[in-house]
Design a protein around this ligand. Structure first.
Ligand code: F6P
Length: 359
């Protein structure tokens, strides 16, 4: 008899259910006696002993269903060692739940912070397997995270829709895409949507260069421009600030503008005299059904995790490298972000076709 715990942690995405289904179907299919325990709302359920015993039919019909049937919550890694308001030691509480339920393994579907906690639990002696979730695709140790391609599709669709109205009205449009620290989503949606300017956190922008790129297009007779901006895009000036100074700057900005796209919009309007509009699709980018690519990736990752459980291989994040499913030690993954490098060939290729990064 194998008893497997499962939880979905951090921001949700479209392909969490598809991934859990991959794990569950593999286990039900390949071994006789298995019980899957689903923890409610991520690590919260593991800490506070909130769980339900899943049945095979819980995993049927969820391949195409976005969100997570288990619910999720953000339980910051940095607070894991800090007792809760009632003095509860969260790490000890999680170990206690795991041991009391006599689990053979805990499967954690989560992004960066969640995998740090997964590594912590693994180092505390629990059998843990991580699965790479995030629309940001910023998890180190895997070429691709599930959720990313679905979010790219959604953000691209927004840019496509904006394109037609921008062309009709001859306006400059800014589309703000999710991604506070990394720009993979903005970069891919920007290229796929034919954005003229792409601004991402990894390549600080000069607002004069951005304005110049718009003027240049106008001079060429182009009536509109599309700018894809990551929510964490940062100017060259701000990139020079210390962490504390930048935090203060963000606080000040909040009083004037809802987000970076509005600030950039106001600056460009003043510099170019062009009419600017801002669109922020926000959490829509995490919603809806997983795209076919994600359904396949999730099924493959889930199946690999199921097989690893059967083979007693623990302490790994299941990822994908060059289209092959891989396993990377959680200790290698924890705390590392996979960022866009200005030297990546995709940046050079985008520049070749005339996309400006405002640098
Ligand atoms: O980590 C995924 C992500 O969607 C980011 O791109 C975004 O900045 C953040 O989550 C939003 O988080 P929340 O759900 O807490 O608003």
């Amino acid at each position: 008899m194998k008893r497997i715990g499962m939880l979905t942690s951090g921001g949700d995405c479209q392909s969490l259910n598809a991934t859990m289904r991959g794990v569950a179907k593999t286990l039900y299919n390949l071994i006789e006696d298995v019980e899957i325990i689903g923890f409610d709302e991520g690590y919260r359920g593991l800490i506070y002993n909130d769980y339900r015993i899943m049945r095979p039919r819980d995993f049927s019909g969820i391949l195409t269903q976005g969100g997570t049937i288990l619910g999720t919550s953000r339980q910051p890694f940095k607070l894991m060692r800090v007792p809760d308001e009632n003095g509860l030691d969260k790490v000890e509480a999680m170990k206690k739940t795991y041991n009391r339920l006599k689990l053979d393994c805990l499967v954690v579907l989560g992004g960066n912070g969640s995998q740090k906690t997964a590594n912590l639990l693994s180092q505390e002696g629990l059998n843990v397997i991580g699965l790479p979730k995030t629309i940001d695709n910023d998890l180190w140790g895997t070429d691709m995270t599930f959720g990313f391609q679905s979010a790219v599709n959604l953000a691209t669709n927004v840019i496509d829709c904006i394109h037609t109205t921008a062309a009709s009205h001859g306006r400059v449009f800014i589309v703000e895409v999710m991604g506070h620290k990394v720009g993979w989503l903005t970069l891919h949606a920007g290229i796929a949507g034919g954005a003229d300017i792409i601004l991402i956190p990894e390549i600080p922008y000069d607002i004069h260069s951005v304005s110049e790129a718009i003027r240049k297009r106008a001079k060429l007779g182009k009536r509109f421009s599309i700018i894809a901006v990551a929510e964490g895009a940062i100017s060259k000036e701000d990139a020079m600030l210390s962490k504390k100074e930048y935090k203060k700057k963000l606080e000040e900005r909040k009083a004037k503008y809802p987000s970076v796209a509005y600030e950039i919009g106001a600056q460009i309007q003043e510099m170019t005299g062009q009419e600017i509009r801002v669109t922020v699709p926000g959490h829509m980018q995490r919603g809806g059904s997983p795209c076919p690519y994600d359904r396949v990736l999730s099924t493959r990752l889930g199946a690999a995790a199921g097989n690893m459980i059967i083979n007693n291989e623990f302490g790994y994040l299941v990822g994908v490298k060059n289209n092959q499913i891989t396993k990377v030690p959680l200790s290698d993954v924890a705390g590392k972000l996979k960022m866009v490098s200005p030297d990546d060939s995709i940046i050079q290729e985008a520049k070749s076709v005339g996309i400006s990064f405002g640098d």
